[in-house]
Write a protein that binds this ligand. Structure first.
Ligand code: ZN
Length: 258
C-alpha cells in the first residue's frame, strides 16, 4: 500500500500528489471536529510529512530542522497534558455556567463602572483556562465547536455561531445579574447603607437587562454584538484547542470510569 499523507486541519487523507494539491488550494479547508492541532502545529505537521526523508539526509544543516521542531513541540504538549490531566474535570462545559468565583475585587469593581459589562466579563471569564470551551476558527466561520458535558459524557459538538453567541449572552446576563445582586446584598449589611450606591447598581442592572433585550430584538445590534463576541473567542482559540487536545487524549481514561 502507498504511504498515505494527510491534511492535519481537515484530516483529509490520500496519496502524496492529492494531498499536495489539497494544501495548495486557494480556498482553505474547514477544520475537522477531530483535529485538535493549533494553527502553527498544523503548518509544521503538514510540511513535515513531505520533508522527513530530506531532514534525515541533511541533518547537519543550520536551517531549522523540522523533525527537531516537532520533537520539541510534542514534548511541550506532553508536558502540558501531563500537568493538566488531573484538572480535566475542572474544564467547564459550554452547557454549564462559566466559573466566576475567582474574580478579583478590582475586576468586579470594574463591572460597576463600565457600560461594556458583557465583553468585559467575557474577557475576564476567558482568563481562566478552564472556561475556554469554545473554538471559533476565524471571522468568516458560520459554525464553531463547543465542549459539552452531560453526566459523565464529555464531547465536542459543532453548533452555529448564532447559537454560541446567543447562549453566551444569556449566560453572561445571568452571571452579571448575580454579581450586581451580591453587591446590593453586601451593601445592605452595613448600618449606614449607602442609597446612592444602591441606586447606581440598580442602574447598572437595568442597563444590563436593556442590553440583552436590544441584543435579542434588534437585528442590527445583534450583528454588531456577534462580531465583537466572536472576536473574543477567536482571540482565545489556541488555548481552547489545547483544552480540546487534553480532553481527546484523555477520553479513554474517562470512558474507563476513572
Ligand atoms: Zn484540509
Amino acid at each position: 500500500m502507498n504511504k498515505q499523507y494527510q491534511c492535519y486541519k481537515c484530516l483529509y487523507s490520500s496519496k502524496k500528489c492529492n494531498v499536495i494539491n489539497h494544501l495548495n488550494r486557494k480556498k482553505s479547508c474547514e477544520r475537522s471536529i477531530h483535529s485538535s492541532y493549533t494553527d502553527s502545529e498544523i503548518e509544521i505537521l503538514n510540511k513535515a510529512q513531505f520533508e522527513q526523508k530530506n531532514t534525515k539526509n541533511t541533518k547537519n544543516t543550520n536551517n531549522g530542522n523540522i523533525a527537531d521542531i516537532i520533537n520539541i513541540d510534542t514534548q511541550n504538549i506532553n508536558n502540558i497534558i501531563n500537568n493538566f490531566t488531573i484538572n480535566i474535570d475542572k474544564i467547564t462545559g459550554f452547557n454549564e455556567e462559566w466559573v466566576v468565583d475567582n474574580l478579583k475585587e478590582s475586576q468586579k469593581n470594574n463591572l460597576l463602572v463600565t457600560n461594556l459589562m458583557y465583553t468585559h466579563l467575557l474577557k475576564i471569564i476567558l482568563e481562566n483556562e478552564f472556561n475556554k470551551n469554545v473554538i471559533i476558527e476565524n471571522k468568516n466561520s458560520t459554525t464553531g465547536l463547543i465542549f459539552k458535558k452531560i453526566n459523565n459524557e464529555k464531547q465536542y459538538q459543532e453548533i452555529s455561531i448564532d447559537e454560541i453567541i446567543n447562549e453566551s449572552m444569556i449566560k453572561l446576563h445571568k452571571q452579571l445579574s448575580t454579581i450586581y445582586d451580591n453587591f446590593l446584598s453586601t451593601n445592605e449589611n452595613y448600618d449606614d447603607d449607602d442609597t446612592s450606591f444602591n441606586e447606581h447598581i440598580s442602574k447598572q442592572k437595568n442597563l444590563t437587562n436593556q442590553k440583552l433585550n436590544d441584543f435579542l430584538n434588534n437585528k442590527k445590534i445583534k450583528n454588531t454584538v456577534k462580531d465583537i463576541v466572536k472576536k473574543i473567542y477567536i482571540d482565545n482559540k489556541e488555548d481552547a484547542i489545547l483544552n480540546q487536545k487534553i480532553i481527546i487524549e484523555n477520553k479513554d481514561t474517562f470512558e474507563n470510569g476513572y
